[in-house]
Write a protein that binds this ligand. Structure first.
Ligand code: GDG
Length: 737
């Protein structure tokens, strides 16, 4: 049975070394739970760092760690302290983390970090490659491993690779500032399925892919070389049953079974029927909006003094990344703010903020969740935020109010919570008052809806939906009809070429014989192309026709003195060798005076676009325009033109980043079919890259070698990846005689 290889920075294990004694305890975190069934199926393996550096392990210990983690279905990636400093604390937590959470001022672009990040991603790749077998799936997690999908795909193109990002993907305006933006995107695009928590992160990612890599994106699919990559949102859930059951059990505990923490919390509750516990739990991270929250609480106490003595904020801040300077500063700031507020408001019987800076055992977490009347979760940015979901899951009586920042991914699914902007103290203060005073019936109706959704879309469901979607991507691959012109197929074609007694090569120009330039005027043929075409023409019994949408004046200038034939203006003009240009169609051009002003208004409103005026057609080029604006404008232009073109027998061709308006009677297909009718060929090679070339493919006999450049839906029998590959292929034809 095929297995799934799960990869994350840390293994889901606590590996402890005490006096040379090794202790390995499986973690109980949300991700580990979600992945449990994926991990178990078909002997899956989980790859990650054990938490011990190479410096802490000698050879025999390393072997023992490997064996111990192997017993848990895991494989360890060995990292040294330099890796941890530069890849983990460096690039991951001083570069990617702040940038992806919109903290540009904290982002450090350090080459040493980047080099370590690449090196460590390769270390992970090595371990994955050691464990991979044919038919396996790979699921990679999070921002520490953005380069890994490509490293695996390059070695194992047939493996299905999924990637999930647990933090936000920032807007293009932020991401564009990143020095290694192309490498990061290309790294991620090694995956077949890319998952994000929310649709916003998904569209930010797609926007960067479109603008930075200039790739074609249709809905949520990216065409990249010969692959289709799917991008989707999968909002991560929690282990609902675990929190619900723990809360139920908690409610039944006797006085004796209660923890010290619970007893203290009970004391507060007994202080008066009107007393309220407000809870916040987060890692001490600048993204979590902890100082904001304290200030907003201070503002609340000043604005609504009637709540003094009655409301207490219980704040659990879990130590995190404490050797990164920003975290040390945040710790100091938090300590000071808590001190200030407590100093300002405390009375002999009341301290407004109870502040815990530590990690608590799970049972204490449940004490807090079940005792809190209000949860105040105010991150300034947060990929998802599971604490918000866990709080709701523990409310067995469906009471309690969740106040949640709209900057947390969770807010997208938790509309029944009270959503706030974490920078708006006025709103937070008013919302806190509203939460404290909310009738229980309203609390229950809100939580009922939230619980229903959280129970259904649990972390297990999240994992299985992701895996199902990854399996689906295999079907997308099969849906593409044309076949790759592989080495073997090329050899067969070369043999047919060699054996033929009369050959025809029909070659499109832009995007096929040459790459695209920003301006079509500068895409003139290079010397190598001339040499190649000239010597191909010298082959016996070989006709070459360049078939283009370009105008005859340009082609006359470029190829006028050549022997091969030319078809221009999408099939209006034909020039046979040593002959004059002959028109294949007699066309009117009066319509242009009506259409041109319309196109000009589109140029004015769409920076980066321009009109190319040809003898028989008008082309609006948008290659350099913002891809999203261009998409809107092309639809708009289609609509505007529809009413106008019908009378004049015109049609609109949607080419490769160009829309061209021309007579419906003319196309490359009609033109080449005339040539085919005049002479019999026993080898036909017809190649092109865009929509207009499809007309040629349609007219070709079934045994012709019709080839599309690029991986798109086509009527051609085969496809190749790029115009560089076209050149190589023509050179191979050339060497056959
Ligand atoms: C990242 C993204 C995204 C907290 N304190 C204690 C404790 N916890 C547990 C909570 C919760 C988890 O830690 C925290 O998860 P969050 O989602 O709130 O936040 P991050 O750690 O920043 O996680 C985040 C997440 O990845 C998943 O994709 O939601 O946006 O930043 O489960 O219960 N657990 C125990 N003691 C504590 O003191 N035992």
């Amino acid at each position: 049975m095929n297995k799934t290889i799960i990869v994350s920075n840390r293994l889901p294990l606590q590996v402890k070394l005490d006096n040379n004694e090794l202790e390995v305890v499986p973690s109980v975190g949300g991700l580990a739970t979600g992945m449990r069934s994926v991990h178990k199926e078909g002997d899956g393996v989980w790859i990650g760092w054990s938490g011990l550096t190479e410096e802490e392990l000698d050879e025999s210990l390393e072997k023992r760690v490997d064996e111990a983690v192997a017993r848990e279905g895991c494989a360890a990636v060995n990292l040294n302290s330099d890796d941890i400093d530069n890849y983990y604390y460096g690039f991951s937590n001083r570069t990617l983390w702040p940038l992806f959470h919109y903290f540009m001022e904290f982002t450090e672009f350090e080459n040493t970090y980047w080099e370590a990040y690449k090196r460590v991603n390769e270390k992970f790749a090595e371990v994955v490659l050691e464990n991979i077998e044919e038919g396996d799936n790979v699921w990679i997690h999070d921002y520490q491993l953005l380069l890994l999908p490509k490293l695996i795909k390059d070695k194992h193109p047939e493996t299905s690779i999924g990637f999930f990002l647990h933090i936000p993907f920032p807007s293009y305006e932020i991401f564009r500032s990143f020095p290694w933006r192309e490498e990061i995107l290309e790294g991620m695009l090694g995956a077949d399925l890319l998952g994000f928590h929310t649709y916003d992160y998904e569209r930010h990612f797609l926007s960067s892919v479109k603008r930075i890599l200039r790739l074609d994106v249709k809905f949520n699919q990216i065409t990249y070389h010969d692959r289709i990559i799917k991008v989707d949102s999968f909002p991560m859930g929690i282990d609902y049953a675990k929190f619900e059951n723990a809360a139920k059990k908690h409610m039944e505990q006797t006085e004796k079974e209660k923890s010290d923490l619970q007893k203290r919390l009970d004391d507060h509750i007994e202080e008066g029927a009107k007393s309220t516990l407000v809870l916040s739990i987060d890692r001490l991270d600048y993204t979590k909006g902890i100082p904001n929250r304290i200030r907003a609480f201070e503002y609340f106490l000043n604005k609504y003094p009637e709540f003094k003595q009655r409301v207490r904020l219980v704040m659990l801040a879990v130590p995190s990344r404490s050797n990164v300077p920003q975290y040390q500063r945040l710790k100091r700031e938090t300590d000071e703010l808590v001190g200030r507020v407590n100093g300002e408001f405390a009375t002999v019987s009341w301290t407004p903020i109870w502040y815990f800076y530590r990690s608590l055992p799970f049972d204490n977490l449940i004490d807090l969740y079940t005792s809190a009347d209000v949860a105040l979760i105010t991150p300034v940015r947060d990929g998802m935020n599971l604490v918000a979901k866990e709080y709701v899951a523990t409310r067995t009586k469906q009471d309690g109010v969740l106040i949640l920042s709209e900057m947390a991914g969770a807010s997208k699914e938790m509309n029944e919570a009270l959503l706030i902007n974490p920078n708006n103290f006025e709103e937070i203060a008013d919302t806190l008052k509203r939460a404290i005073e909310m009738p229980v019936a309203e609390q229950q109706s809100r939580n009922a809806i939230l619980q229903k959704r959280l129970r259904r879309y649990s972390v297990e469901k999240w994992a299985s939906e992701f895996m199902r979607s990854l399996q689906e991507t295999k079907k997308i691959k099969k849906r593409i009809v044309s076949k790759r012109l592989t080495k073997k197929r090329k050899e067969k074609m070369f043999k047919a070429y060699k054996n033929a007694s009369s050959r025809l090569l029909l070659l499109d120009y832009d995007g096929t014989l040459t790459g695209f330039k920003d301006n079509p005027q500068s895409a003139f043929p290079d010397e190598d192309l001339f040499t190649l075409l000239d010597s191909l023409y010298d082959h016996d019994n070989t006709d070459i026709i360049i078939v283009s949408g370009r105008d005859k004046e340009t082609f006359e200038k470029w190829f006028g003195d050549k022997n091969y034939s030319l078809i221009t203006d999408h099939g209006v003009w034909l020039k046979r060798h040593h002959k004059d240009w002959e028109p294949l169609e007699r066309l009117k051009t009066e319509w242009m005076d009506n259409i041109r002003p319309i196109l000009e208004t589109f140029v004015d409103r769409t920076p980066g676009t321009f009109i190319e005026e040809k003898k028989y057609s008008l082309a609006w080029h948008y290659r350099k325009a913002d891809p999203e604006l261009a998409q809107i404008r092309t639809m708009e232009l289609q609509t505007v033109l529809t009413g106008l073109i019908a009378n004049d027998d015109l049609s609109v061709l949607d080419g490769n980043k160009v829309m061209e308006i021309k007579s419906s009677r003319v196309n490359k297909g009609t033109a080449v079919s005339r040539v085919l009718a005049e002479k019999h060929y026993d080898f036909i090679f017809c190649i092109g890259d865009d929509w207009t070339d499809e007309y040629m493919f349609e007219e070709m006999p079934s045994d012709a070698y019709t080839v599309k450049v690029g991986f798109k839906k086509t009527k051609a029998r085969f496809y190749v990846n790029s115009n560089e590959e076209v050149r190589e292929m023509l050179s191979s034809f050339n060497e056959l005689e």
